[in-house]
Write a protein that binds this ligand. Structure first.
Ligand code: IFM
Length: 460
């Protein structure tokens, strides 16, 4: 493992960037014909989001994007990963395309390219049009079909200037947190719905893949948030089984159909405890398994598991894991209460590289929330805890590359402080501070540190 004072250099072609998502930063929720999304509904449901916060204004990026792109350029970013708000493009989820919604992304892409920053588009980062949820959302096969139509519409407008396309962000969160734990939109708590949603998200990915390939896309991927899970007792067979099950529910159930041509048998058996498998039709796995060029990995924190009689398991977020204890995270923690363990990233990347060889990976998100304070002079945020976090995780990524993992880039989460879903604006993940009263941006110490990392292509 790299010593924390040792200098490291990344491969010459390594890509450095930052990531955001539409609902978390754009605001302008009513502008230019945007329709309502499930997050508009969820954030207005009492008790669902911290202090009743919504994405109505967020970072007002919809209006301030030229300044935000100028900031990205100042930091030296090679690439910027952002998501498209489906309800801006098709306010009802299907049917007529709203040209004014596309105009915004058209302007954003031009602004980025004008500054030499390569756009990476995510087509779905959780803001499903509410009309589609009213018809069953991701539990309905028609949502997957609608997603492919939407992908085609976005490509028709942006395909001449966007080279890298990713379909979904973290489908585990959409399915398990949205339909099982109920802590994300649409707030449902039904294990059968979780697994129907898993399949239709994957099918949507596969159908969009086909649609985009037919339109000429050559670099296409998906972003997942696989667990980096460890047994409490490395010698315990029961703990190893617990890890295998949880990895099944968060990693293999997505990655096997995408990269190995079909669902793992143990997961099909697990799913059939909650729902019939009728929603998985002949031919679906072939569509889901269409080749991809890039696998996006989001990593924040490890998970420790132990088999323990009577343990409640992971609840709606992990249906069927009773008898497994999800061990409370150990110190040090971020402001989310997430354990800081950079070696979990190395372990995850090397495992994925072994289990799913042949597909290059990119870290599409990594970062941390800390309770940042704006310095009384108003111009500084000394977030040394975030610098330490990023330093450790970049060294961990470098260790994975040294171990032979085909890792192509790193995108920090996030460029800006933003709407952190159920936590609202209470958690700050940005390397740039956002004063929500004035919308002033203040690059934190971590932004200046990251600028230097990019300039040197490494850490000194
Ligand atoms: O803010 C989220 C992001 O939208 C998806 N990945 C995890 C981040 C931090 O929770």
């Amino acid at each position: 493992m790299t010593n924390s004072s040792e200098a490291v250099r990344f491969p010459d072609s390594f890509i450095w960037g930052a990531a955001t998502a539409s609902y978390q930063i754009e605001g302008a929720a009513q502008d230019d014909g945007r329709g309502p999304s499930i997050w508009d509904t969820f954030s207005r449901t009492p008790g669902k989001v911290h202090a009743g916060h919504t994405g109505d204004v967020a970072c007002d990026h919809y209006h301030r994007y030229p300044d935000d792109v100028a900031l990205m350029s100042e930091l030296g970013l090679h690439t910027y990963r952002f998501s498209i708000a489906w309800p801006r493009i098709q306010p009802d989820g299907t049917g007529p395309v709203n040209p004014r919604g596309l105009d915004f992304y058209d302007r954003l892409v031009d602004e980025l390219r004008g500054r030499g920053i390569e756009p990476i588009v995510t087509l779905y980062h959780w803001d499903l049009p509410q009309t589609l949820e009213d018809r069953g959302g991701w539990t309905n096969r028609e949502t997957a079909e609608a997603f492919a139509e939407y992908a085609r519409a976005v490509h028709t407008r942006l395909g001449d200037r966007v080279n890298t396309w990713t379909t979904l962000n973290e489908p585990w969160c959409s399915a398990y947190l949205g339909y099982g734990a109920g802590v994300h939109a649409p707030g449902r708590t039904d294990p059968a719905a979780v697994f129907q949603a898993v399949h239709h998200l994957l099918l949507g990915h596969g159908l969009a893949n086909q649609a985009l390939r037919a339109a000429g896309v050559s670099t296409l991927g998906i972003t997942v948030n696989p667990t980096s899970a460890f047994p409490v007792d490395p010698a315990s067979e029961a703990d190893a089984e617990a890890v295998h099950l949880v990895e099944g529910l968060q990693n293999r159930i997505f990655l096997d159909p995408i990269l190995r041509g079909g669902y793992p048998a143990d997961m099909l058996a697990h799913v059939s405890r909650f729902t019939s498998l009728e929603h998985i039709r002949d031919g679906d796995e072939k569509i889901i398994g269409e080749p991809i060029d890039l696998l996006g990995i989001n990593y924040y924190s490890p998970t420790y598991l132990t088999a323990s009689d009577g343990a409640p398991g992971g609840g709606g977020a992990f249906p069927g894991t009773e008898g497994i204890e999800f061990v409370a995270p150990a110190q040090p923690l971020t402001d989310m209460g997430w354990q800081i363990q950079p070696s979990g990233l190395t372990a995850l990347l090397t495992k994925l590289g072994r289990d799913y060889p042949g597909v290059p990976m990119i870290i599409t998100e990594n970062g941390a929330a800390f309770p940042d304070q704006l310095h009384p002079d108003g111009d500084r945020v000394e977030d040394t805890d975030r610098v330490d976090y990023l330093d450790g995780h970049l060294r961990a990524a470098h260790d994975a590359i040294a171990a032979g993992v085909d890792l192509r880039g790193y995108l920090v989460w996030s460029l800006l402080d933003n709407f952190e879903w159920a936590y609202g604006y209470d958690k700050r993940f940005g390397i740039v501070y956002v004063d929500y009263l004035t919308q002033r941006r203040v690059p934190k110490a971590s932004a200046r540190w990251y600028q230097e990392v990019i300039r040197r292509n490494g850490i000194d």
